[in-house]
Design a binder for this molecule. Structure first.
Ligand SMILES: [Zn+2]
Length: 601
């Protein structure tokens, strides 16, 4: 017999260990337990056994319809072979709706099932020969009436090189190649909010940051020095900015490399980030770390409590996501990761992106937030159908900041709005009433009304008065006209699948030649369709011909047309060489994150 020995006690100081031990003894019987086996990773199937103690008569379990992304993804569609047992006997189990099961029985009920996941990125779950990444809400049922009870997740796997890490309290036992890692949380929602990485990982702590911040990295294409230094600057700056550190320990789980996916996902005490290389990390990390306050603790009333059975509508994402973007860019320039030229270039790019979208004329920042649930449809993301609340919200955040600084002679800023919302909502355990409380907080910080600004630019779709507001910060907006060839349609492909046309510009030459949404591209100018069509377009000119062979239903046809032309306006944010003294202070204040007025000579 081999007795498992504790190899490491990851992330738990001795005093907490003792408390945990006591808690574990006193509540072990009532804890809802999950055991997840990672056998045959190449089959991508998590084997889950859920143990529910003290059931009387029946129990109802459910799988969330959404988590992490504001998209209904129906995680129950990944589930197979659900069985239930009361003691050693099979128990009666029936499906109630697409995501809910009812089990009859008493005492301890065990439910077993498999769930298939092989999707890359921080919003997904994956089990393959490379690693396992788990967003617990995507693989674990919860007990409908007992969602608030203590839970424990044990992951079993066999490997000589893999180990497990996550944001939750965690114990790790290793015997030979066998690993047993146990994560505990006071309830299902906190378990669901702690992603887990299992694989060949590197773990280190950021120097000079308190409370401690742990970094867990999987993948290649990264330099430890760069990652450590950028994250250190980001965390230090944002902790100072908010004058608050609402966590005992924070964990960055980062996947680098070609197959790492992109983007990041915020959690209460951690984030999961996917990036091609360390070059792309800083902006995402600055955004995700700021979510520690904005959205995870400064929470809109419309998103809490969470209803994961159906769409949860909110008009606040322009603030929760967009203004978090404003703070990512502020953090990068104020901590010296970006130069001020990079800051201006980013703001110019955001304005170009926003103004280049036809939908900007009719979709407000609030409506874009409300319609987040449509983002899973590629057509909706086209410029004629939507604007991004990230982009529109980021620009709104910067403009509002300038107005607050101007109104108060640079004594107050958007930083004060964030700190005030943290003090009055997050720290009081209260949610805020979407745009209304953002406006009221901005008004109390700056004095006077922002009613017109919110009515016109947040709830409404009036064109933003860029020149007028930027001038208050000694900045100006320059435009240049740019012409580029246009494909006249968009396309997408499943992993390793062929490209499929998903929308056709009705005014363009591709439409006139007969191309339709749904056409499968089998040949592109005698070869394969380019994987990066934006790069391909850079080498073409308007008027060049393109010959496509497409499959439509069971027929193949050839469609030939000439590339059209798009006129594009590029926006550039530049410094006014002779700003007023006040405007110069506001500009410096924004770039440095300062509010005090400098001595006037
Ligand atoms: Zn975000």
């Amino acid at each position: 017999m081999t007795i498992p020995r504790a190899r490491s006690r990851v992330l738990i100081p001795a005093s907490i260990w003792f408390l945990l031990f006591l808690t574990f003894i006193s509540s072990a019987r009532a804890t809802i337990q999950y055991e997840v086996l990672l056998e045959h990773p190449e089959k991508h199937l998590f084997h889950v056994t859920m143990t529910i103690p003290e059931v009387t008569g029946e129990v109802i379990v459910r799988m969330p319809a959404w988590n992490t992304l504001y998209q209904i993804r129906d995680f129950s569609s990944h589930v197979q072979q659900v069985e239930a047992f009361a003691g050693s006997q099979k128990a009666f189990i029936e499906k109630v709706d697409k995501q809910t099961w009812r089990i009859k029985g008493s005492g301890t009920i065990k439910i077993s099932y498999g769930t298939y996941w092989d999707e890359t990125g921080p919003f997904a779950s994956q089990l393959n020969a490379e690693h396992a990444f788990i967003n617990p809400a995507m693989i674990l049922f919860y007990v409908l009436a007992r969602r608030g009870e203590e839970v424990e997740l044990t992951v079993n796997f066999s490997s000589a090189i893999w180990s497990a890490a996550g944001a939750l309290l965690h114990t790790s036992f290793v015997s030979g190649r066998n690993h047993v890692d146990t994560f505990r949380a006071p309830n299902y929602d906190e378990l669901a909010d702690g992603p887990i990485e299992i694989g060949k990982i590197e773990v280190f702590e950021l120097p000079e940051v308190t409370p401690p911040v742990t970094v867990v990295v999987h993948g290649e294409n990264w330099r430890k020095k760069v990652v450590e230094e950028n994250l250190r600057r980001i965390c230090k700056y944002e902790l100072k900015l908010m004058d608050d550190a609402p966590f005992e320990r924070y964990t960055f789980i980062i996947h680098f490399g070609r197959g790492a996916g992109g983007g990041g996902m915020e959690h209460a005490n951690s984030t999961a980030i996917g990036a091609y290389s360390d070059e792309y990390l800083a902006n995402v990390a600055a955004h995700e770390f700021f979510h520690l306050w904005n959205v995870k603790r400064i929470r809109p009333a419309t998103l809490y409590p969470v209803d994961d059975t159906k769409e949860q509508y909110t008009r606040a994402l322009w603030f929760a996501e967009g203004v978090t973007n404003s703070y990512a860019s502020y953090t990068l320039v104020r901590s010296g990761i970006w130069s001020k030229e990079q800051f201006y270039a980013d703001l110019g790019d955001q304005i170009t992106e926003l103004e280049g979208r036809l939908a900007n004329r009719w979709q407000s920042a609030e409506q874009s937030s409300l319609d987040a649930w449509l983002e899973k449809y590629p057509l909706y993301n086209q410029p004629e159908f939507s604007v991004s609340y990230y982009t529109k919200g980021q620009v709104l955040g910067d403009l509002l900041d300038i107005l607050i600084r101007d109104r108060t002679g640079n004594e107050k800023s958007l930083d004060d709005v964030m700190r005030s919302m943290n003090a009055h909502f997050a720290k009081q355990g209260k949610t805020y009433r979407d745009s209304l409380d953002v406006r009221l907080t901005a008004e109390s910080v700056a004095g006077g009304s922002f009613e017109e600004f919110f009515a016109k630019y947040v709830a409404g779709t009036e064109p933003f008065p860029y020149q007028q507001i930027l001038a208050l910060a000694g900045l100006a907006l320059r435009t240049t006209e740019h012409r580029r060839p246009a494909l006249g349609f968009s396309m997408e492909h499943e992993q390793n699948g062929p490209f499929v046309v998903n929308s056709v510009d009705s005014e363009g030459p591709a439409a006139a030649a007969g191309l339709r949404a749904g056409d499968v591209i089998v040949n592109w100018d005698g070869g394969e369709a380019p994987r990066r069509v934006d790069r391909w377009l850079q080498e073409q000119s308007a008027g060049d011909s393109l010959k496509l062979r497409v499959r439509r239903e069971d027929k193949e046809l050839t469609i030939e047309f000439r590339l059209g032309e798009i006129k594009e306006t590029l926006y550039q944010v530049v410094e006014d060489p002779r700003p007023s003294e006040k405007a110069r202070h506001i500009r410096e204040g924004m770039l440095r994150g300062e509010t005090s007025v400098a001595v006037v000579h």
